[in-house]
Design a protein around this ligand. Structure first.
Ligand code: NAP
Length: 498
């Protein structure tokens, strides 16, 4: 079988993959491909087109530092604007000719003799010196394991795979889950449906969304006044970093936010029983803090019912709860989140001893040195890998930090003429042990909730437990001392010259 030789293969064309392409090109690395299973750039922002989809980090910060956008219409942008931004940045980057769309990575296997990854896709097979995975943590919708769910005869879809063909007007609708997606969907559909059942397992904290539209004058000023947009972004950045101690060191610092959330309930809901039902019973911050001005008023509407009894089963016509009540519906919306603690791409990555990464992580839990490198998987780098998620700020900032580390690794390999770099087990273990030690005192571990941040071993393998500037410091440059480095072997030289 012939493979296409490339220096670098990037998986995914969301914020991470696009950033990888732009930064590779900037550094003079032009021999790369980006493999994307969808038909366009955008990743989770391309896929999550549900009504009300929007970002809960201000756009001035939730955007690339190297591609500022003075034209954001609002402080918290909606999905169509974010997707349009990603498409524009991709178009202007001059890298799109190296993107291969509608193509899935089926397997990436390390070939130690060639010091290359053989990457089999649904299209061609590639042989790449390095693989950069931007496959993302929010890319695989998670369906709940509820008895009878396959027997439902109405319309059923996941929030990340919204069925735009189905008109919800006048329908009886149920939504399972009350996380970040659901609290945006509920107010966006409540007025048009005949009836809405909201199945809540755990009440989230929802604080007000201080959103506003930018005036024409503001946008003009952001575009024309030198340094203004950067100063604005910097101010938002530092305000957000101020939340970190409330999550990681002293949860009492988050009490004002807790009061704000309770006031939001009191403002939106008059009925004491409903107020009690949606009041969380754990510390704020333990689960992602959500923002909305319209969620509670929607729950309080006459055509909405919050169901807190556990779901016993789904029947062909609706949902039966543990107390025996059956509620029939026409449409069932699954808003139960994503596979986050077992990155699905890991099943397809086979390391130097022939073991899939998923199998290794199954035993140990997810870990990667600086969120990027895993022992036994040379020349493979994650963007948004384990323990790089945030509860308070912009993932785009983390993506740029990780990319500067990876790009420096690529540069170092060129400069030092290295065939392979593999993080040592000691470096990876020390890094992860430090993260887990820091996790012990965070609200995510002690806040009295179960959350998708924690894996089955009880470890938080998803979030970064420090400031984002600490992460930027750690990823400022590649550190070959933490790696076993090898000179190129003969096969790789031949490949490089063929
Ligand atoms: P999520 O936050 O993980 O919420 C899933 C919801 O489904 C939770 O309420 C969960 O209840 C419930 N659930 C899960 N399994 C269930 C089951 N078997 N039976 C009943 N309920 C069940 O998922 P998401 O809302 O899709 O959001 C995922 C992540 O995407 C967010 O945390 C965020 O990072 C990102 N996101 C961001 C935005 C934004 O920027 N505004 C918007 C959407 C999504 P429990 O709490 O009891 O587990």
């Amino acid at each position: 079988m012939t493979s296409i030789l490339v220096d670098h293969l990037v998986i995914g064309a969301g914020f991470s993959g696009l950033c990888a392409a732009i930064k590779l090109q900037e550094t003079g690395e032009r021999d790369f491909v980006v493999i994307e299973r969808g038909s366009d750039v955008g990743g989770t922002w391309r896929d999550n087109t549900y009504p009300g989809a929007a970002c809960d980090v201000p756009s001035q910060l939730y955007s690339f530092s190297f591609a500022p956008n003075p034209d954001w219409p609002k402080s918290f942008s909606e999905q169509p604007e974010i997707q349009a931004y990603i498409k524009r940045v991709a178009d202007e980057s001059g890298t799109l000719d190296r993107f291969v769309f509608d193509t899935s990575v089926e397997e990436a296997r390390w070939d130690g003799d060639a010091q290359r990854w053989t990457v089999r896709t649904s299209g061609a097979t590639y042989s790449a010196r390095t693989v950069i995975s931007g496959a993302g943590a929010l890319s695989s919708p998670k369906l709940p394991d509820i008895a009878g769910i396959d027997s439902f005869e109405g319309t059923l879809f996941h929030s990340a795979e919204w069925d735009h063909e189905t008109d919800l007007t006048g329908k009886r609708v149920a939504i399972i889950g009350t996380g970040a997606s659901s609290i945006q969907i509920v107010p966006a559909i409540q007025k048009k449906v005949a009836h809405l059942d909201v199945y809540q397992r755990t009440a989230p904290y929802v604080i007000p969304r201080n959103d506003r539209s930018y005036s024409k004058l503001e946008r003009l000023a952001l575009a024309k006044v030198p340094g203004l947009q950067k100063a604005y972004r910097t101010a938002i950045y530092w305000a957000r970093e101020g939340y970190v101690p409330g999550f990681t060191l002293a949860p009492k610092l988050a009490l004002p936010a807790q009061k704000m959330a309770l006031a939001n309930i009191a403002k939106g809901i008059k009925d004491p029983a409903l107020r009690a039902a949606v009041t969380p019973t754990y510390q704020i911050g333990c689960k992602r803090i959500l923002i909305s001005n319209t969620y509670y008023p929607a729950l309080a509407a006459d055509n909405c019912e919050v169901v807190t009894d556990a779901i016993a089963e789904v029947t062909p016509t609706g949902i039966v709860t543990a107390d025996g009540t059956a509620r029939d519906v026409d449409v069932l919306i699954i808003a139960t989140g994503f596979h986050t603690t077992e990155l699905p791409i890991a099943e397809k990555i086979i390391g130097k001893d022939g073991t899939p990464l998923a199998q290794r992580w199954e035993e140990t839990g997810m870990s990667a040195y600086k969120g990027a490198s895993v022992a036994g998987f040379p020349n493979f780098f994650f963007v948004v890998g384990p323990n790089t998620g945030l509860g308070h700020s912009s993932m785009v900032f983390m993506i740029e930090s990780q990319m500067s580390y990876i790009i420096d690794a690529v540069r170092t390999m060129r400069r030092e003429d290295l065939g392979a770099v593999e993080v040592t087990e000691t470096a990876e273990r020390t890094w992860s042990a430090d993260i887990q030690r820091r996790m012990k005192r965070t609200v995510w571990s002690n806040g009295g909730c179960a959350s998708w941040y924690l894996d089955k071993h009880g470890n938080n393998t998803t979030l970064w437990p420090r400031t984002t500037f600490a992460f930027r410091g750690k990823t400022a440059s590649f550190d070959p001392d933490a790696y076993t480095v090898s000179a190129p072997n003969q096969l790789d030289r031949e490949a490089a010259h063929s």
